[in-house]
Write a protein that binds this ligand. Structure first.
Ligand SMILES: *[C@@H]1O[C@H](CO)[C@@H](O)[C@H](O)[C@H]1NC(C)=O
Ligand SMILES: *[C@@H]1O[C@H](CO)[C@@H](O)[C@H](O)[C@H]1NC(C)=O
Ligand SMILES: *[C@@H]1O[C@H](CO)[C@@H](O)[C@H](O)[C@H]1NC(C)=O
Ligand SMILES: *[C@@H]1O[C@H](CO)[C@@H](O)[C@H](O)[C@H]1NC(C)=O
Ligand SMILES: *[C@@H]1O[C@H](CO)[C@@H](O)[C@H](O)[C@H]1NC(C)=O
Ligand SMILES: *[C@H]1O[C@H](CO)[C@@H](O)[C@H](O)[C@H]1NC(C)=O
Length: 843
């Protein structure tokens, strides 16, 4: 059965593609014993050198954090039970100018992959090169739009030529660094294209042939790895179609061939957010339920999208996408553990790993246990393994099921995992992991004698020289993605008779824009702003203003907020001022659209690079005043001490860009409120890797007017940790052996316990709350209920104070149950505060 790689490719022929390894192309055999080398698969799972494996994968995108952060992120992912990191490859940052490549700093793909390898984890490389990813232009460099005759993502020669060039460049780089698994490297899986089903129909026959071409391109590299296409029902040949979404455990209809494994490439850990969105949540319990469901139904690989979202630095985010990305992921924007999501999924992975043998070698079956209940089993009598997933699909009602003679309590919409078909080691709805809450602490690190200074952009008037057209021009075409900004200027003459007679009637400026935002100035005076939204980019701006007799000047600062990243025909999109008119004149409406329009691309400050130390010397700065439009502000600050992440609280500012020591920390848009009446994002990450101990240059470009004095440097902490565990909870997973060979030794009478752990180098400094009984509320806001054991606090303090971590029993014997509440379910709720270890703690 071992075919050589060459023969396999020949066997697959033109139609299929993929990869060089024999077992994958061979007919599926569930119990496949051949010593295949490399990465192969069949209908049940992927195999690494012939050995079946379960894969817990998480997306971490290298440009969305800094190289200083990467080792910590990867290590935390590993401790969270992941064995794979998935990343896209971001074409536009690697080849910003055709033929000029950049793989340094945050863009150092090879360094990122090697770090993952060093942590003994695998890599899934999603090459795209169309990636969407809430990334500027879905990953396409701007210059692709100007390739003559190009049509993106279809059977178009110019497009395919450049796509092939880039994909080849990356594949060769990976090969020469020996990063593919068969070469001893960590890359086990590749992805070509991305969610192409969503647009395929728009390209008709071109779409069908393009899918085949893309698959063949990938397979033709003979890299020795399988390839997936996500959301691609017709993934050709050996390319595996994969599921993206929130609930692949229940919605995925399975691979398009019995010889392909069930792969979930994007398990969304929340929802990405655009400016104007309220916070997005997906509970740890909900994620755990879907993932357990997926693995109970033949799943072999789940990927959390995102495991760490990070930051859209600079101008790297797509249209309207917030700077903070998937902050609700198990690792938050700053790389801190978001609990209980991180810990609950870690415990789930541990439970699934304990079940690995049964899952991968057992025979699946389903045993109904009543209307809402079922047991999904994997059994192999000859090797004495048995794994059960006891499932309650009722969304609201808890219940008890009898399975093989034992009663099991199953909370609503939950799954209990029994790696030996007897012992519950995990229930998706019962969280043993600790909780935590994030706080921002103001740091007084700006130098007292150092004040804000400002530099104002000139508001341009119409000039005959420069780019003049008889209509307002398209923003994408003109800015070429070098800047967000372009000035539109026009002028017109009014006679006395044109102006309204009554003083209470003011003429109105009416602008229809194709997106994304604008600020309007009349005769040099700011009159207002308008913007669209992710789903409807175009908008109408309408504002009264004062006009004068003689020549009047309209100056509109038009802008994109990231290039679009989704849908067909990306290369045909338009943005910017479309039509303009003056209403309410005595003589009616004046249509300005066919007027002469002048265009000026970019801000002067951008062209001079005044956000750098060198560049800032090129303009004259004056004492700062607040509320000024199109104004640059600068000042210096010192780095806060300690290791906690650093951020800027920009409350009080409007919209613009911010730089620290010349590095753009991203677009801010504090004035865009969510339906909750709050800014979608007011705090912006400043990576510590960009700071020096003293004199860090902070530069802000504010478009519409804000107050820089209100801006704060803050540090970010998750030092308030909590636990909430009932005496019904399964024992914590740490109580069980980590070796799946010892499943038979699972303790039958394990009792629940609660764990509290501070970050490294921190200890539990105080206990803010402790109750055993029926406390209510959530982490940060617990209250004692009607049942409470008074000695809880002293027992908890004794066990935890001064320690980095502690384990607390959850049982009536330990705390002395409240005699007023016999026979109730008891809950232990504790809130503790972590702080940096003091010297005396160490002695
Ligand atoms: C398969 O691998 C096992 C363990 O590595 C080895 O003992 C055995 O000889 C191999 N069999 C073949 C046919 O190569
Ligand atoms: C390459 O990218 C890095 C960001 O990681 C940037 O700092 C650097 O200036 C870029 N180099 C060039 C030549 O553009
Ligand atoms: C799991 O795999 C088995 C064996 O291939 C198959 O019979 C069963 O239908 C699969 N279950 C699901 C939910 O896909
Ligand atoms: C954009 O630019 C291209 C070429 O530079 C030109 O063909 C096209 O007409 C322009 N489109 C718009 C809307 O300005
Ligand atoms: C604290 O909990 C109480 C009730 O349990 C609730 O009314 C209150 O809004 C909560 N406060 C906060 C800040 O969450
Ligand atoms: C994906 O993760 C979510 C939680 O983030 C979970 O609810 C869902 O079931 C998961 N889906 C799959 C297919 O793993």
């Amino acid at each position: 059965m071992a075919r050589s790689p060459e023969s396999v490719v020949r066997f697959l022929g033109i139609v299929c593609l993929l990869f060089s390894l024999s077992a994958a192309a061979a007919p599926a055999r569930r119990h496949h014993k051949a010593n295949a080398s490399g990465v192969t698969y069949d209908g049940r799972s992927f195999m690494i050198n012939g050995r079946r494996e379960l894969f817990f994968s998480g997306s971490i995108h290298y440009p969305r954090s800094t190289p200083e952060m990467w080792p910590h992120l990867i290590q935390k992912a590993k401790l969270g039970g992941l064995n794979v990191i998935q990343t896209y490859v971001f074409w536009n940052i690697h080849e910003p100018v055709q033929g000029q490549y950049n793989f340094t700093g945050r863009y150092d793909l090879v360094r990122f992959i090697k770090l993952i390898h060093k942590h003994k984890m695998y890599v899934t490389l999603r090459l795209g090169p169309f990636i969407q990813a809430e990334w500027n232009y879905g990953g396409f460099p701007y210059w692709m739009k100007e390739v003559p005759g190009v049509v993106f993502r279809t059977d178009n020669e110019p497009f395919k030529y450049h796509m092939q060039n880039f994909v080849t460049k990356i594949m060769e780089m990976m090969k020469s660094e020996k990063l593919f698994f068969p070469q001893g490297g960590p890359i086990i899986l590749g992805q070509i294209e991305n969610e192409y089903n969503m647009v395929e129909a728009a390209y008709r026959e071109g779409g069908l042939t393009y899918v085949q071409w893309a698959a063949n391109l990938a397979l033709g590299f003979n890299a020795g790895i399988p390839w997936v296409m996500c959301k691609q029902k017709d993934a050709p040949g050996p390319v595996i179609n994969a599921c993206n979404g929130r609930n692949c455990g229940d919605t995925f209809t399975g691979p398009n061939s019995p010889t392909k494994p069930s792969v979930w490439t994007e398990n969304w850990t929340a929802q990405y957010r655009v400016f104007g969105d309220p916070p997005s949540q997906r509970s740890a319990e909900d994620i755990a339920y879907s993932v357990a469901r997926f693995f109970s139904k033949n799943g072999t690989l789940v990927n959390y999208y995102m495991y760490h979202g990070g930051t859209n630095f600079g101008r790297e985010g797509a249209s309207y996408v917030m700077t903070r990305y998937y902050d609700e992921a198990p690792l938050d924007e700053y790389g801190l553990l978001k609990e209980p999501k991180y810990g609950h999924l870690r415990d789930l992975h541990q439970a699934l790993k304990l079940s690995r043998k049964g899952l991968l070698w057992g025979v699946p079956s389903v045993q109904p246990l009543g209307e809402w209940y079922e047991a999904r089993l994997y059994e192999s009598p000859e090797s004495n393994v048995c794994v059960a997933f006891l499932t309650n699909t009722n969304p609201r009602v808890d219940g008890t099921v009898n399975f093989r003679g034992t009663d099991y309590f199953l909370p609503h919409r939950s799954i209990s995992i029994l790696p030996d078909c007897k012992t519950v080691v995990f229930n998706t709805q019962m969280v043993n992991a600790q909780h935590n809450a994030r706080t921002f602490r103001t740091e007084d690190v700006t130098r007292k004698n150092d004040k804000w200074q400002m530099f104002q952009e000139r508001i341009p008037k119409f000039l005959k020289k420069g780019i003049v057209a008889s209509r307002p021009l398209d923003l994408y075409n003109m800015t070429k993605d070098i800047t967000d900004y372009m000035w539109y200027t026009t002028r017109f003459r009014l006679e006395d008779v044109d102006l309204p007679m009554r003083p209470d009637i003011r003429p109105v400026l009416l602008v229809s824009s194709l997106g994304h935002a604008m600020h309007a100035f009349v005769n040099g005076i700011y009159i207002g702003s308008g913007h669209g939204a992710k789903l409807e980019k175009s908008f109408v701006f309408q504002k009264p203003m004062d006009l004068k007799q003689g020549v009047n000047h309209i100056s509109i600062l038009g802008m994109t907020v990231g290039f679009p990243d989704n849908g067909a025909y990306l290369e045909h999109r338009l943005a910017g001022v479309h039509t303009a008119a003056i209403q309410g004149l005595n003589t009616g409406t004046l249509d300005l659209s066919p007027n002469k329009w002048g265009h000026e691309v970019g801000m002067k400050g951008e062209k001079l690079g005044i956000y750098t130390e060198e560049g800032s010397k090129k303009v004259k700065w004056t004492e700062a005043k607040s509320g000024q439009p199109v104004t640059w502000y600068k000042r210096y600050f010192d780095m806060p001490s300690g290791n906690d992440p650093v951020a800027l609280d920009m409350t009080g500012m409007g919209k613009g860009l911010a730089w620290v020591n010349g590095n753009c920390i991203g677009r801010y848009w504090v004035s865009y409120l969510s339906p909750l009446g709050k800014p979608s994002q007011s705090v912006y990450h400043v990576p510590r890797g960009w700071l020096k101990p003293k004199d860090n240059l902070l530069v802000i470009f504010e478009e519409s007017g804000g107050n820089p004095e209100g801006l704060l440097v803050v540090t970010v902490k998750r030092d308030n940790i909590c636990t909430v565990v009932t005496d019904l909870h399964p024992p914590t997973i740490e109580s069980f052996s980590r070796e799946d060979s010892e499943i038979k030794n699972l303790v039958q009478d394990g009792k629940p316990s609660a764990h509290l752990t501070c970050d490294k180098k921190k200890v539990i400094r105080s206990i803010a709350f402790a109750s055993f009984g029926n406390p209510t509320g959530a982490c940060g806001n617990f209250t004692v209920g009607t049942c409470h054991s008074p000695q809880t606090a002293s027992i908890v303090e004794k066990a935890c104070l001064g320690k980095n971590s502690c384990v607390l029993p959850v049982s009536a014997q330990e705390y002395g149950a409240d005699p007023a509440c016999p026979g109730t379910t008891n809950t232990l709720a504790v809130q503790a505060k972590c702080a940096r270890q003091k010297k005396e703690d160490k002695d």
